[in-house]
Design a protein. Structure first.
Length: 68
């Protein structure tokens, strides 16, 4: 019997993974960290990581438009 393990979402991802996931460039993420900080970031020493769940929540809060 071949038991499958559940797929777990990573707790943190790097800027390259996040940039691809949200359709923005790594340069845009880096500029965001220096400026407006629209996307929440986690710093671990000199490493910069992003929490997918926190990023989803931040992007959902910025959503505009929709039905009437």
């Amino acid at each position: 019997m071949n038991a499958t393990k559940p797929v777990l979402e990573p707790l943190l991802v790097d800027e390259h993974t996040l940039a691809a996931a949200i359709g923005m460039s790594v340069a845009w993420l880096r500029a965001d960290r220096r400026g407006k900080r629209l996307v929440p970031v986690v710093r671990l020493g000199s490493a910069v990581r992003y929490s997918p769940s926190a990023v989803r929540a931040a992007l959902a809060a910025r959503q505009e438009g929709g039905g009437r």
